[in-house]
Design a protein around this ligand. Structure first.
Ligand SMILES: C[S@@+](CC[C@H](N)C(=O)[O-])C[C@H]1O[C@@H](n2cnc3c(N)ncnc32)[C@H](O)[C@@H]1O
Ligand SMILES: [Zn+2]
Ligand SMILES: [Zn+2]
Length: 325
């Protein structure tokens, strides 16, 4: 499975899930780097005489705070952060693979996509070269939703300044865990929780049917529809208006054990497999594109977006409509 960057950023779910204990867990020798988040980093570094390894253990891992401190030190050197800046002023660490941890993550090589709103190419390149844990650097505001909020909005993306922004969220479902990959500059952020209310909502409906046909109208990277396939649905049709999201669904189907072909044999269709199809279309076009009925239709819009009309447009396609809120 090739990542668009040409590297080996994407592996199948079995491999990721079979080795989760190797990710972000400290070994017996890993130490904590005791940095205060609200105090000036530079002053703390002078006091503690921290060397170039920044608390890296012989196993190669470092506490997340050490990695963020290393990044902040470079930003201060480059004049992009105040000399008195503290760890709260660095940016957002997006670890990969992300899954619920009992303690703070201890990071190894290529395990972090770093997102911040104030950065330039030169500093990004320095961080990428000097901090081995960083696999990609994005410029953007955490508050701005990546992708298309609805059919009338202008798409928004983060800017990839260095490396690769492909990362993986591990999502627990009653039928086993899923690996949901995404290029974080193109597909919105969703922080995995130990128990996803969305997944619970979907499973509560799925269990009412023996082997339902499911339409996932706003599939994003495919989480809910792939969960429905894993739970034994007869067929799942995925759709998203935003091409990078629909493409990511196809990638995640393959990753999670559902062989997928990219195809454009029909209007809006971008990929298909044994018992699923992936479309890239406005939800309002689905009645004219799809010539079939479903037991369950899932609609999962972004929070705060008025989707009443969109929901109305798919009412006739399914026996039961589930709107995730
Ligand atoms: C909250 S996300 C869905 C997340 C997904 N269910 C998951 O759990 O991975 C909302 C999605 O709706 C899509 N969307 C927005 N407007 C749409 C429209 N008019 N038709 C189809 N999809 C749309 C966005 O591109 C986005 O991927
Ligand atoms: Zn990559
Ligand atoms: Zn260690």
């Amino acid at each position: 499975m090739m990542c668009p960057c040409g590297g080996k950023c994407v592996t199948n779910a079995e491999d990721v899930l079979g080795h989760l204990e190797h990710h972000h867990i400290p070994c017996k020798s890993c130490g904590k780097i005791d940095l205060k988040k609200f105090s000036s980093l530079s002053e703390q570094l002078e006091l503690k005489n921290i060397n170039s390894q920044w608390g890296r253990c012989k196993c190669g891992r470092r506490h997340l705070d050490a990695v963020m401190a290393h990044i902040l030190k470079i930003m201060i050197d480059e004049g992009l952060r105040d000399k008195q800046a503290n760890l709260r002023k660095v940016g957002t660490p997006l670890i990969t693979p992300a899954y619920p941890l009992k303690g703070a993550p201890y990071l190894s090589e290529d395990s972090l996509v770093f997102l911040t709103d104030e950065l330039n190419d030169k500093c990004a390149l320095r961080i990428y070269k000097e901090v081995p844990e960083v696999k990609g650097i994005l410029k953007g505001d955490l508050k701005d939703t990546v992708g298309m909020k609805d059919s009338t909005s202008t798409p928004h993306t983060y800017q990839l300044l260095a490396g690769c922004d492909m990362r993986c969220d591990v999502v627990q479902t009653p039928s086993g865990a899923l690996c949901i990959y995404k290029n974080q500059s193109q597909v919105h952020l969703e922080f995995p929780k130990p128990f996803s209310t969305k997944i619970t909502a979907v499973y509560n409906v799925l269990k009412k049917y023996k082997s339902p046909r499911v339409l996932d109208c706003t599939c994003g990277p495919g989480t809910l529809g792939i969960a429905a396939l894993k739970a034994g649905s007869r067929k799942v049709v995925f759709n998203d208006i935003w091409y990078p999201a629909a493409w990511t669904t196809a990638l995640n189907l393959e990753v999670n054990g559902f062989p997928t072909n990219l195809t454009r044999k029909k209007e809006g269709l971008i990929a298909s497999g044994e018992n699923f199809e992936v479309y890239c279309a406005d939800i309002k076009e689905l009645t004219s594109i799809l010539n079939e009925k479903f037991e369950i239709c899932l609609v999962d819009p972004f929070p705060g977006v008025d989707f009443k009309e969109a929901v109305k447009s798919v009412e006739k396609l399914a026996d039961e409509l589930i709107i995730i809120e």
